[in-house]
Design a protein. Structure first.
Length: 452
């Protein structure tokens, strides 16, 4: 992998940074004094927090569906570039909120549409520009950039904590990464696969040469070009893919696995931790500074480190093994978190361990898994369908978590323990291990399981 190819992959991965910043920014904004004084919705606090925070994910559901339609009309590079602008516009609305939290929620909904597109198309674009030998590792960079975004939001919120309009500044600062991502995507090339599908063969060869750091006449470039042409020709002969095909005999097992893998990923309790960790730490007795700045920053550092470990684990240990190990540990840690009302340092330690385990296991696996198990022709449709599952389950968890905690306290994590148990059984009995298998071997496994 040469330097240019790495730059392209990392720049595209910055879409994950936008997602991560959106996750991290509201965590502290919700407890800023100026924010609470501005809205003065004390009687509706749990509902308001859930509604504002989850509106972003509700928008992402629509964005994920929209991305599938748009990907048939134009290149992923252009869609991602305009997604950056939409994210920026949504951030501007959020920081300019007046009168009611509905306007803030609308701004987050707009930003969510952009993130829905980004979540589907960033991994797809990266897969099309990265060489096969490092493709899965580079795709997990998207997950790593989510962790970077969460950490960045935590640090910035800590620096601008005091003031009369600090919550507006925290939301307006999202404009900067939004514009930078738009700028990155403007200068990045269209994928060779898209160019070949548009009969722009000369441009496709030039892009392949640049990605490989060599000349257009190089044997490697010519071989990759021929393979791309053959793949595109075969796909055109088969016609455009449809969502109906996701449920035919060849694909329905993959669709079932990836849909519920994404669903259970969000039901492990990770959203309750990442979106509401300030409230959780404060709820067990930590001071405002500790619960809003220091402990979230430490936990976000843990998540950042665990994302690196996750990139390594996916390649070395395998996908199914990570899901089983992670499901077991997350189940036990959710139970430990329920004891936080009695021992606050046990609670903090359990949260840190929970984040570490998730980042090493259930965090990176679903994105890599869905990229591996779907044939190329169905990859965007399959990714879209499973990503919709991801955002629907995220929206539900993020919306109800403040209400559950207000009603049950830390015992709300018992519900997530039950979800982890179901996720563990799902991983053991439903998932296959795709590591090292060709698409033909994956087909054989999937069809064999469907028959049985």
């Amino acid at each position: 992998m040469n330097g240019y190819q790495l730059i392209v992959a990392l720049a595209a991965s910055c879409g994950g940074l936008l997602y991560g910043y959106e996750i991290g920014v509201m965590n502290v904004v919700l407890v800023m004094d100026a924010f609470r004084m501005f809205f003065e919705e004390t009687g509706k606090k749990p509902f308001m927090e859930g509604f504002i925070t989850s509106s972003f994910l509700f928008g992402a559901v629509f964005g994920a569906v929209l991305s599938s339609y748009l990907s048939n009309k134009t290149s992923s590079q252009k869609i991602l570039m305009f997604s950056g602008l939409i994210f920026t516009f949504g951030s501007l609305i959020q920081g300019s909120t007046v009168f009611t939290f509905i306007m803030l929620s609308f701004g987050r909904f707009i930003s969510g549409i952009a993130i829905g597109c980004v979540s589907v198309l960033c991994p797809t674009y990266i897969a099309e520009v990265a060489s096969a030998s490092i493709r899965n590792a580079v795709i997990t960079c998207y997950q790593l950039m989510i962790a970077v975004g969460i950490l960045m939001a935590s640090v910035i919120n800590g620096l601008i904590w005091y003031g009369t309009n600090e919550w507006r500044l925290a939301l307006w600062l999202q404009i900067i990464p939004g514009l930078l991502f738009t700028l990155f995507m403007y200068f990045l090339p269209c994928s060779p696969r898209y160019l070949c599908s548009q009969n722009k063969d000369k441009e496709a060869i030039n892009v392949l040469a640049k990605l490989n750091g060599t000349h257009v006449t190089d044997l490697l470039v010519q071989e990759e070009y021929k393979a791309t042409i053959i793949s595109v020709t075969n796909m055109e002969a088969l016609g455009d893919s449809t969502y109906k095909e996701l449920f035919n005999r060849r694909n329905r097992r993959r669709t079932f696995i990836t849909f519920f893998m994404q669903f259970f990923q969000q039901c492990t309790g990770i959203n309750a931790v990442l979106y509401y960790q300030t409230q959780l730490f404060h709820g067990v007795g930590f001071s405002k500074v500790m619960s809003a700045i220091i402990l979230p920053a430490l936990n976000n550092i843990v998540y950042f480190i665990s994302s690196f470990l996750g990139m390594i684990n996916v390649q070395r240990i395998g996908r199914k093994h990570l899901l089983v190990i992670g499901g077991t540990l997350l189940l036990l840690l959710n139970i430990a978190i329920t004891k936080g009302n009695f021992r606050r340092f046990l609670f903090a330690g359990s949260v840190f361990l929970f984040t570490l385990v998730y980042g090493c296991t259930w965090g990176p696996v679903p994105k890599v898994y869905q990229a591996e198990v779907f044939p190329l022709r169905m990859r965007v449709k399959g990714t879209t369908f499973s990503t919709v599952s991801h955002f629907i389950s995220s929206w539900l968890v993020v919306f109800i978590t403040p209400i559950l905690i207000d009603t049950w306290g830390m015992h709300a994590f018992i519900l997530f323990s039950v979800c982890c148990y179901i996720a563990l059984m799902f991983a053991v009995f439903c998932c296959i291990e795709p590591r090292g298998l060709s698409m033909e071997e994956i087909d054989e496994e999937m069809v064999l399981i469907t028959k049985s």
